[in-house]
Design a protein around this ligand. Structure first.
Ligand code: TMP
Length: 241
């Protein structure tokens, strides 16, 4: 591949910027240090978050690809810049939960830390304006967000990713409490995994102390936010457990 030339800025989100390249099939995703929570109402900077999340996501995408979960990752171009395959994003956020925490604890009155008997898959409409409301397959059909077949594929890919990532993190003395995935379509119509997988989009607890090592430290003002991201990075890329 020729040297990648970063072109027009196509989209800027709360935590990442997407750029075109000279190859119409490849984009560059730049991970930022800025952080938001509660639909952007809370804002901050987490020093080195961009570099931590880019490296963590790169490793997790490699692990998933090795196990047959297709995703958009190509390679890292710099500490914060990831080369990815172009996708048409499906406007659904898919959350998988193993242990009750966050919004499910509130919604269903489950104490945080309660194990769920089976993993729970939830769909949310990707809409900042509406605060990403919870939806189900009927809404997906009614709003024409994806076909039934695509929903089946992304549900299965999310559950398979949960098995793979839960095992990977367990080896690193981390509990994967829950996480969010986004999917997109390739020009041939196949559905693959996109976006990022990082402490911004996962809840990760230390296996022994149950200490939170993810964005909840920022959301809930728990302190030691940077340290948590660095700790996850060092465990994820470390060879020794
Ligand atoms: P929740 O408990 O707030 O619904 O979050 C579930 C998981 O999804 C958690 O790991 C954090 C992640 N998440 C995102 O990645 N983006 C979001 O906008 C929200 C609300 C949650």
């Amino acid at each position: 591949m020729d040297t990648v030339k970063i072109g027009d800025r196509l989209y800027e989100g709360k935590a990442k910027i997407l750029y075109a390249t000279q190859d119409p099939d490849l984009y560059v995703m730049k991970f930022k240090d800025s952080a938001t929570a509660f639909d952007g109402k809370k804002k901050g900077i987490i020093e080195d978050k961009g570099a931590c999340n880019a490296r963590i996501s790169a490793k997790l995408f490699e692990v998933l690809a090795d196990e047959g979960v297709a995703n958009h990752y190509v390679k890292l171009l710099s500490p914060t810049d990831m080369l990815v395959r172009r996708l048409t994003i499906i406007p659904i956020e898919v959350v998988v939960r193993n242990i009750a925490a966050g919004s499910i604890s509130k919604r269903l009155g489950l104490e945080e830390g309660t194990p769920l008997k089976v993993p729970v898959v939830e769909l949310y409409l990707k809409s900042d304006a509406l605060g990403d409301p919870l939806i189900n397959e009927y809404h997906v059909r009614a709003l024409n967000l994806a076909t039934d077949e695509e929903v089946g594929v992304l549900t299965n890919m999310a559950l398979r990713s949960n098995e793979i990532l839960s095992g990977f993190f367990a080896d690193k003395r981390l509990i994967l409490v829950d996480f969010k995935l986004e999917f997109g379509k390739r020009p041939d119509g196949s559905v693959i995994l996109g976006d990022e997988i990082s402490p911004d989009t996962c809840r990760l607890w230390d296996r022994d102390s149950k200490e939170k090592l993810d964005k909840d430290r920022f959301r809930r003002d728990l302190g030691s936010v940077e340290e948590a991201y660095r700790e996850v990075l060092s465990r994820v890329i470390g060879e020794v457990d």
